[in-house]
Design a protein around this ligand. Structure first.
Ligand SMILES: *[C@@H]1O[C@H](CO)[C@@H](O)[C@H](O)[C@H]1NC(C)=O
Length: 217
């Protein structure tokens, strides 16, 4: 009887301790892989709960999460855009990244080339089927070649019923793989950049491509 009592007591103690140790796990440290892993797991979990679970959050909870997400989105978006900054030639202004699309860029022989891409379901404002990329170099006066007058806007991606007609085939992200979905997968991102390098070569731009990147608007 006494032994049994002790066992029960020990078990309860174990349960208590395991609860306590769960409570005490340290919050993920900032600037670490832990923060990313923990946030992305939590986000995946919440998204898997589905719409009806989310609808039960109070209006304050929803607003608070929206506010946090917006701050986080804005910050990450800025860092994401930085990935194409600082490339040679440095005299070139920074091209605008089209909303609902992206830019794939590379420098070859001190000339910067950027190729606008639109997400699936979007299309370019101007016909550019034979115009794959734009250039900025000494020859262009360190200004971006563009169909838009006097600026750093290389292209615009508009929502269209019939899309993927104004540009070359390779200038669209595939369905279900918009710019961010593509960029979140290293293999897919590399393939977009490889296509750009091939296109540059096939259009007579010879030389090693440097500072190649993909940014999403
Ligand atoms: C990345 O994309 C490729 C090609 O679609 C796919 O086979 C692979 O599973 C993806 N990787 C991840 C981590 O999602």
């Amino acid at each position: 009887m006494a032994v049994r009592g002790t066992l029960v007591w020990l078990c309860s103690l174990t349960v208590l301790f395991s609860f306590a140790s769960q409570e005490e796990t340290e919050p993920p440290k900032c600037n670490s892989q832990d923060a990313y892993t923990s946030l992305s797991n939590d986000l995946r979990g919440v998204l898997e709960c589905g719409d009806s679970a989310l609808s039960q959050w109070s209006s304050q909870e929803k607003a608070a999460v929206l506010l946090s997400m917006k701050t986080l989105t804005d910050t990450l978006h800025k860092h994401q855009l930085d990935e194409c900054r600082g490339a040679e030639p440095q005299k070139c202004p920074e091209p605008e990244v089209p909303e609902n699309g992206g830019l794939a860029c590379a420098t070859v022989n001190d000339k910067r080339y950027c190729k606008p891409l639109c997400n699936y379901g979007y299309d370019f404002g101007f016909i550019r089927t034979s115009r794959l990329f734009e250039e900025c170099s000494l020859e262009t006066g360190y200004r971006w070649q563009t169909q838009y007058i006097g600026g750093n806007k290389l292209a615009v991606c508009n929502r269209e019923q019939i899309s993927s007609v104004s540009g070359a085939r390779s200038a669209y992200f595939p369905e279900n793989q918009d710019c961010l979905a593509t960029k979140s997968n290293g293999t897919l991102q590399d393939s977009i950049i490889e296509v750009l390098k091939t296109e540059l070569k096939s259009r007579g731009v010879q030389g090693e491509a440097q500072s190649a990147c993909l940014v999403c608007g």
